[in-house]
Design a binder for this molecule. Sequence first.
Ligand code: ADP
Ligand code: ZN
Ligand code: ZN
Length: 790
Amino acid sequence: MQTNRPFEYLIPETLTDVVVPGMRVEVPFGRGRRKIQGFVMRVKETSDFQGKLKPIARVIDLKPVLSDEMLKLSYWLADRTYSFQISCLQTMLPSVMRAKYKQYVVAIDEVDPEVVRLFNGKPTFEITGQLDDETIKLINRLRRNNKIDIQYVVENQALQVKRQAVTTDLNVIQLHEAKSKLRANAKSQIKLLEYLADHLDELPIEFSDLQKEFGVSRAAIKTAEKNDLVRVVEVTKLRKPVGITPEQTTKMKLTEEQQAAVDQINSAIETENPQTFLVEGVTGSGKTEVYLQTIEKALQQEKTALMLVPEISLTPQMVNRVVGRFGDQVAVLHSGLSNGERYDEWTRIENRDVKVVVGARSAVFAPLEHIGLIIIDEEHEGSYKQDDNPRYHARDVALWRAQVNKCPVVLGSATPSLESRARAEKGVYQLIRMKKRINNKNLPQVKIVDMRDSENSAVKGDFSPVLRENLQETLDQHNQAIILLNRRGYSSFMMCRECGFVLKCPNCDVSLTYHKDLGKMKCHYCGHDEPVPQFCPNCKSKKIGFYGTGTQNIEQQLNDLFPQARVLRMDVDTTRRKGAHAKILKQFGDHKADILLGTQMIAKGLDFPDVTLVGVINADTTLSLADFRASERTFQLLTQVSGRAGRAEKTGHVVIQTFNPDHYAIKDASTQDYETFFKQEMYIRHQSNYTPYYFTALISVANQDEGKTLKQSYWLKKQLQTALSKDAILLGPSPTMISRKQNKYYYQIIVKYKHEPKLHQRLLEILNETQADAKNGFTIAIDNEPQHID
Ligand code: ADP
Ligand code: ZN
Ligand code: ZN
């Protein structure tokens, strides 16, 4: 059974001063001899514990793996996400520390007598469980005094590249003496000694550098070594994360809107004001340059900068721009890195070799110090919320770190989340709007194609005449097109192909979902169910059915319609291999294809000058999600993907095919009118008591036995009821989207509330109380402010 509290242990005499917060230790736990791993949270002079304290068995790390800031953060994070603090600590830990690794001691001050004694002639040695406490204590003291360092090496990984290098024990005078003793025709030797004399502070120097820059041959080095003039050593070299080939860029002259944004943010950086800015800038308004020039400001202030992007492998262009501007000072963290690569980047951050960290969600825990600016690009993205325990939102963590580091946060998006925009409305965030595209370029012209129209639905296939004509024109003009197949929606909702009607819950205003196992349509919020309709309740047509088309199918249709066109397909199937995503984008960027066909992953952040047409095959699928964010997601997706067209000199066109041409999410997206959408959507959220008018908590229960799951759910509901006032709304229990996963049944309860002072405590108690149930195969999870409900 897990326990969610710290335990006290005795620090053995020998480990006094060694044990400090942020280290991991091995401790005996419970009865018997079981030893487990723990984090040192705090060191106290005395203990309040009544019984006899057990001593720490051994220290695992010789230097803290988590900073004080992270330890502090773990308390807040556990509380906020209703998870165990230990899982928060583990989440923050760089993944390399979770892998199998070894620790080595390396000398910094090689002449210190204690260091000499410790190393006993060895260049480095491994820290194993066999080291006695005295040695550990010595190692620790030397490390704190900067005389030695501890390095981690991941097992089973070619961690660091080893290279041959040259060093010398001679000083400048001795080198010149040695040179003068050489024969005049020993040119190579002379060159080498001269070079070393000039670069004594850069020793050791790699063979390859000597050869490249100075033409010193390997033979010359070997000769010098034989004559005891130099020594050949091995150096370890950090690898560069792969797939990034940025061109160097320089500061652009800012537009008025950009300048205004930069001024405000820079002034907050200067005054160390932990303000949050919401930069609401239309697509192509130049948000990236604002990020870059504010990062520059932070660096000028001797601070660091942290930048989050949705998922790096999906936004290579953004990463390239940051690396292009700040070069070696940037570390990139993303899921595509191997353990070894991630270790390299992490080490560079820890050693303070980098000033800027760009990464996906978990990079928000990067061990940066003195953060001067935190940026979250595409702040509305759902991927900033972790789906598993601890269910944290990177934005919340960023705001917390900003308070501690006294730095501003910049949230950027063309389509901010309703929550953030509402906070800006209230003045909690500072709103900065960028309404114009760079060079006053026009927004693309958008046509909405009504697929209920017989002309469109009569045609065979998924391409309306309008979209076909536009594609033909684009191809004729040798421009490029992006075709989006909106696949977020599952084929489990019902839509009428005659009138666009979608079957919805009478209580919740979200679409009903088909549950195969029940053979019924069901609501995920309140549990309402009804039979699968045989004809459309709206127009009585029999063309009501499940909706969904695959990318391969669309690709085939494209090939049939435009045999000459070169089509690139980007979806989960074609991007499975590492780097495949970047490769496809590069091909398209080099104009080696005419049409890029893809799912959601092509909607974000791409900036290709030759793209003049964006076509959306089925705008409705996201609209029909059984989720109150369905309209918001649809608006965001359509606005983002439309923004890919006409970014350079050429005018852009967008064709959106839909069965719901009058829906405000689609209409407002077609004019890129976020503000109008925001007002309308806020109205609807208000009407149906959703975020941001209400807070939401989702409690889910899973068990192999459906009866037990339901019983437990009702018990939980009762528990909640006792803590809630009558203003709170309690929905469920209802089965989730896929009510059976891995042979477990899933039920959920939703709490919507405004002000429930007792709820938080009650949820924490439930979390603790239900731990015993975990033994009986129950999984109980609490999701604070869920991103999606399915
Ligand atoms: P957003 O992220 O707001 O959609 P980008 O940052 O991608 O927009 O900028 C759109 C384009 O405008 C990019 O090609 C960028 O290089 C260019 N750009 C940005 N700022 C300027 C500027 N001040 N002067 C000239 N071009 C700019
Ligand atoms: Zn109908
Ligand atoms: Zn309902």
